[in-house]
Design a protein around this ligand. Structure first.
Ligand code: TLP
Length: 344
C-alpha cells in the first residue's frame, strides 16, 4: 500500500536538484572556516532574513537553544509562549543547556498579545531573575501552523526592547508564514534580534537550519554551537541543498497551504471531528477527535494514512511537497470515514 504521510513536513526528501548540487559542491573544514558552500548559504540566509550574519545549524532545536544561550546568562528569565516548541518539544534544552528560567505568556491562536507580554517582563532584583530574552514562534506549530503578522511582531519587539531585553523568533516555518502573508521573510524579521528558520521542513532539505542575527551575536553563537557539539566539518554537501531550497523552494509552499485548506474543508463538520478552519492558515490541520487520538491514528495507519497524535484528543495533519492534492483529497475522505465510525 502507498502510504500518504501527513505526520510532518520533516518527512520530505531532497529533490533531484539538491542531490545534484551535493555531488558538485565545493567543501572544506567548516570548523576551520574553510567551507565556501556553507559561507554562501549563511550569507544567503542572512540576506533573506535581513540580518547581518547567519550560522548553519544541524537542527531547529539546536538553533533555538544556541540562540537562547547566546543572548542570556544562566539564571536569567526567558519568556515564551505556553505552547512554544522550545517548551513542549525540545527536551528541556533551555533549562538543561542554557540554564535559564522559563516563564510563559499565553497567545491567542499563536498570536501573542503585546500588552500581556509587556506585563510578564521582570526586572532583576534581589528576588527576581531579570527577563533578558523573549521568544516568538512563526508559524506557531501547536496553535495550528498559524501566522504572526508583522505588526504584532513589531509591537511585541517594542515592549521587549523597552525593557532592555532581546527578542528571538523561532521561524522553523518562517517561509510558510511569509508566503501566507504575502510578505518577504525579512519584513517579518525586521524587529526581532535573531531568527532561526529550518531548511529540513517544507523546504525539503535533508538537514539544517540557519540562525541569523547581528555579527557579534553570531560569533558568540558559533562558540556555543561548538560547545554543544554542533561544529561540522565538510558540511557544504548539506549547505548546498539549503541554497537550492532558498533559491527555488519557497514559492511552492503555497501549494502545501492550498492542500491543507482543501483537506480541512473536507473534514469540517464531519461527525467525530472538531476543526477550527480559522487556524488553518498554512500547511497544518489540527483535528480534535471524539475518540482517543492514538486510536484514530492507528486506524488511519491501517488505511494508508499516516498522521501524529499531539495530545490525547488532538491529531495533526501536515501537507508538504511529497503529498499531492489528490492524495490530500483521498486522505480527507479516509479520515472522514474512519473518524465517523470510531466509538468515542
Ligand atoms: N517540530 C517537529 C516536531 O518536533 C513536533 C514537527 O514535526 O513539527 N520549532 C518549531 C516550531 C518546530 O515545529 C520544530 C520541529 C522545531 C523548532 C525543531 O526543529 P528540529 O526538528 O529541526 O530540531
Amino acid at each position: 500500500m502507498d502510504m500518504i504521510d501527513l505526520r510532518s513536513d520533516t518527512v520530505t526528501t531532497p529533490t533531484d536538484a539538491m542531490r545534484a548540487s551535493m555531488a558538485v559542491s565545493e567543501v572544506g573544514d567548516d570548523v576551520l572556516g574553510d567551507d565556501p558552500t556553507v559561507a554562501r548559504l549563511e550569507a544567503l540566509g542572512a540576506a533573506m532574513a535581513g540580518k547581518q550574519a547567519g550560522l548553519f545549524m544541524p537542527s531547529g532545536t539546536m538553533s533555538n537553544t544556541v540562540a537562547i544561550r547566546s543572548w542570556t546568562q544562566p539564571g536569567d528569565e526567558v519568556l515564551m509562549d505556553w505552547d512554544a516548541h522550545s517548551t513542549r518539544f525540545e527536551v528541556g534544552a533551555p533549562a538543561a543547556l542554557a540554564g535559564v528560567m522559563v516563564r510563559h505568556y499565553r497567545s491567542r491562536a499563536g498570536v501573542p498579545d503585546p500588552v500581556e507580554v509587556a506585563s510578564c517582563l521582570q526586572r532583576e532584583n534581589l528576588h527576581a531573575p531579570g527577563t533578558t530574552l523573549a521568544l516568538l514562534e512563526n508559524t506557531h506549530n501547536v496553535a495550528g501552523g498559524t501566522v504572526v503578522p508583522a505588526a504584532v511582531i513589531e509591537a511585541v519587539a517594542t515592549a521587549v526592547h523597552d525593557h532592555g531585553a532581546r527578542l528571538h523568533m523561532d521561524g522553523a516555518r518562517l517561509f510558510n508564514a511569509a508566503v501566507a502573508l504575502g510578505a518577504q521573510a525579512a519584513e517579518l524579521c525586521a524587529h526581532v534580534d535573531s531568527v532561526t528558520f529550518c531548511l529540513s521542513k517544507g523546504l525539503s532539505c535533508p538537514v539544517g537550519s540557519v540562525l541569523c542575527g547581528p555579527s557579534d551575536f553570531i560569533e558568540r553563537a558559533r562558540r556555543f554551537r561548538k560547545q554543544m557539539g554542533g561544529g561540522l566539518r565538510q558540511v557544504g554537501v548539506l549547505a548546498a541543498c539549503g541554497i537550492v531550497a532558498l533559491e527555488g523552494m519557497v514559492r511552492r509552499l503555497a501549494e502545501d497551504h492550498a492542500n491543507a485548506r482543501l483537506m480541512a474543508e473536507r473534514l469540517c463538520g464531519v461527525a467525530g471531528i472538531g476543526l477550527d478552519l480559522e487556524t488553518v492558515q498554512t500547511n497544518m490541520v489540527y483535528l480534535t477527535c471524539a475518540a482517543p487520538a492514538q486510536r484514530l491514528v492507528d486506524a488511519l495507519r491501517a488505511e494508508g494514512v499516516l498522521c501524529l497524535a499531539l495530545g490525547s484528543r488532538r491529531v495533526r495533519l501536515v501537507t508538504h511537497r511529497c503529498v499531492s492534492a489528490d492524495q490530500c483529497r483521498q486522505a480527507g475522505a479516509t479520515i472522514a470515514r474512519i473518524a465517523a465510525g470510531l466509538p468515542a
